[in-house]
Design a protein around this ligand. Structure first.
Ligand code: FEO
Ligand code: CA
Ligand code: CA
Length: 691
């Protein structure tokens, strides 16, 4: 391995317009942004006009006037410049910090470390290759095997949950998923065109999910994995899943290995997730298209259109798994791709219960799943389809949750996601379309806001979409959304409901293709063309009822450089906020503050975790809590009263990086490989976060 001084200088700017390195684009989402937009439907979008004149903002309260455009390099090219903009809370709108957010904001930076506020401690809980199961070997990248990886923590942790342990308050159950693998960073002398069988099988074992019991230190809050604990578990790309719900057994899901269409080996590209009120974990299968080869061999026009709508393309797959398992070859197994793209459910407390793929929740590039209960005890799950110009969905169960932890209650609750109604969202703006000029300039009423409706797609195995059977709606849900005129959004990602107000928050990461070519132009919910920085949408269902079919909405944040006139921070003075770009995952603290992690900061700094109050005079005061190492994305997050956990995904995933030439040495320091890891941040002395 090279010494740090031999390594190339870290590139300051990623070449991809969205702020990501080309390597991230290739391995995370199969270069989704370099392919044509999969949604070519002509269903309407909100605004149909872009005003030619760029009207200057009249409603910014801050009085901060800056030039409209921020170039590709942004205002935060260098940490020094950025730190001047991340104003401390002490100079803010009022003297007192928002409740639960009393910390000094971290300045944007390009450091190869996790940077946290003064007065806090950090600890790496677990990282790629750490032993999980009994007998697992210590991590040795020079001698990795499929068997060792299957007993160790997987790669590229994304969703994280920290749950109560059934036996002890001092133990917790940590659940994480593993979205994808970065083979050039994992294996010496990796040849992408001809991977070895061992490399491919290690990658299979590095995908999936992990359950691991951890001990909590009562003085420091440190979390230490208990290797070999009876709840510890690895789910991989070859673990059997039971397919349930209305599309289980459909002809569209049958393969030669599974003629019943009810059992699938493995889960792929698990991105965000959610924890259900009955204690199970939901996880979204996201960019599953990239694992399949030989789309180009398909000639049937219906099959071709279906594949194209999900972003399948080309001959060989990115990882060449088809060389070792024919099910990844669409020419050999045309239905295998239909068996991915689902929400999966895992019971971390019951290792004997096979994980499920829940077809009632539809098939698309699931970012995650945000569950909540209705007043009468049914469950609603909100879901984003993370693709440019794709949709926001919700599922409402027929049955009610049973309270308690009896065996009967658990067995009942583990059926809730199989029967219900699937909806897709349509947004309408309340301002004249001509006032949405594509720059982010607020319309005359001072808000990007309006109303919306949930359009029914399917219920209990019955289709509500003309020209599509129920099976087709569940398996090709994107096309169902096209037919009913769902609103094309700027990459809908994580969705979370405020435990205080019942309002829903949707992270929309970015969409640099909006308004380009023949693509849909800016509308009131997606108000910027060539949107590099994303927005956060607040949604209030009618009568605060999660089963309602109509809602109101407004944009809480239009992200980016606060000095850019095309940004909006909930009306808070923009000279007193931290810059934020590319919101991805969202979580709530117990005070009702929204925490937002970012993916692909297009302002030139590392990704991070931010918090923002939502009510009262502090609404919109974004404060940055931490940054993750260079090349990494901030995932998770878990925000509890005394813990903040983030998954630092793909550290060092930068162009030119390889096993031989690592461009990050986090978390283990000089001379080591970067390792995706979960970080536990606590208040020094293990006090309450933000107090
Ligand atoms: Fe895996 Fe949508 O991020
Ligand atoms: Ca408006
Ligand atoms: Ca994500």
């Amino acid at each position: 391995m090279q010494s740090p001084s031999d390594r190339p200088r870290l590139p300051l700017f990623a070449p991809h317009a969205g702020g990501r390195s080309a390597m991230t684009c290739a391995f995370r989402c199969g270069n989704a942004c370099s392919h044509p937009v999969p949604n070519t439907s002509e269903n309407p979008y909100l605004g149909d006009l872009i005003a030619q004149a760029v009207s200057r903002r009249s409603l910014l309260r801050s009085g901060v006037v800056a030039s409209l455009a921020v170039g590709a390099t942004g205002a935060f090219a260098a940490p020094a410049a950025a730190s001047e903009t991340a104003a401390p809370a002490s100079s803010a709108h009022r003297d007192r910090a928002p409740r639960g957010l009393d910390f000094e904001p971290v300045a944007p930076n390009r450091a190869d470390q996790v940077t946290i506020p003064d007065g806090y401690d950090q600890q790496v809980v677990i990282r790629w290759g750490d032993p999980i199961l009994k007998g697992a070997p210590e991590f040795d990248p020079e001698d990795q095997t499929p068997e060792s990886q299957a007993a160790q923590f997987g790669y590229n942790n994304d969703y994280v949950a920290l749950l109560e342990h059934p036996d002890s308050r001092r133990k917790k159950v940590l659940v994480a998923n593993h979205e994808y693998t970065d083979e050039p960073l994992m294996f010496p002398a990796y040849d992408g065109a001809a991977p070895t069988r061992d490399q491919v099988e290690i990658a299979w074992a590095a995908h999936g999910l992990t359950v691991v019991t951890v001990d909590e230190d009562r003085r420091t809050g440190d979390l230490t994995p208990r290797v070999g604990d009876e709840l510890n578990r690895r789910i991989t790309a070859t673990t059997p899943f039971v397919v349930t719900g209305p599309a289980a057994g459909s002809d569209l899901l049958k393969t030669s290995a599974d003629p019943e269409g009810t059992t699938v080996l493995g889960t792929l590209n698990n991105c965000a997730g959610g924890t259900t009120p009955w204690g199970t974990i939901l996880s979204g299968e996201e960019n599953f298209n990239q694992y399949f080869a030989n789309t180009a061999s398909v000639t049937d026009p219906v099959a071709k259109a279906r594949l194209a709508r999900y972003g399948f393309s080309g001959a060989a797959s990115g990882r060449r798994w088809e060389q070792y398992d024919e099910r990844f070859d669409i020419a050999a197994e045309p239905n295998e791709p239909n068996r991915f793209g689902w929400i999966v459910e895992l019971d971390p407390y019951d290792p004997d219960w096979a994980p499920r793929k829940r077809t009632a929740l539809g098939r698309f590039k699931h970012e995650g799943a945000g569950p909540r209960l209705t007043r009468d005890g049914r469950v609603v799950v909100y879901m984003g389809d993370d693709e440019r110009f794709d949709y926001l969905y919700k599922f409402v169960s027929d049955k009610k949750m049973k309270r308690g932890n009896s065996r009967r209650a658990r067995e009942h609750n583990r059926t809730l996601l199989d029967e219900g109604t699937l909806y897709v969202a349509k947004f309408t703006g309340d301002s004249p379309a001509a006032e949405i000029d594509g720059t982010g300039a607020l319309p005359a009423d001072g808000k990007f806001d309006g109303s919306g409706e949930w359009i029914k797609l399917a219920k209990g195995g019955k289709s509500y979409v003309d020209g599509m059977t129920a099976d087709e709606v569940y398996v090709f849900t994107r096309q169902a959304g096209d037919k009913v005129g769902a609103t094309k959004m700027d990459r809908p990602e994580d969705v979370e409901t405020s435990p205080k107000t019942g309002k829903l928050y949707v992270a929309l990461t970015n969409n640099t293709a909006r308004g380009t070519g023949s693509n849909a132009k800016a509308d009131e919910a997606n108000p910027r063309n060539a949107n590099k920085h994303g927005q956060v949408l607040e949604l209030v269902e009618r009568h605060d009822d999660p089963t309602a079919l109509t809602f109101g909405w407004s944009l809480l944040l239009v992200c980016g450089d606060p000095e850019d006139e095309g940004t909006y921070f909930g009306g808070f003075p923009k000279d007193q906020v931290s810059p934020i770009s590319c919101p991805d995952n969202v979580a709530f603290d117990s005070y009702g503050n929204l925490w937002i992690s970012t993916d692909g900061n297009a302002l030139g700094a590392n990704d991070g975790l931010f918090a923002v109050p939502l009510e009262g005079a502090d609404r919109g005061q974004v404060k940055q809590f931490l940054t993750v190492p260079i090349g990494a994305e901030t995932c998770g997050p878990v925000v509890q009263d005394k813990h903040v956990l983030v998954a630092a995904q793909h550290p060092g995933e930068l162009d030119g990086a390889s096993y031989e030439n690592p461009l990050s040495e986090w978390p283990d320091g000089p001379g080591t490989l970067p390792r995706p890891a979960i970080v536990n941040v606590t208040r020094t002395g293990f006090g309450r976060i933000g107090c």
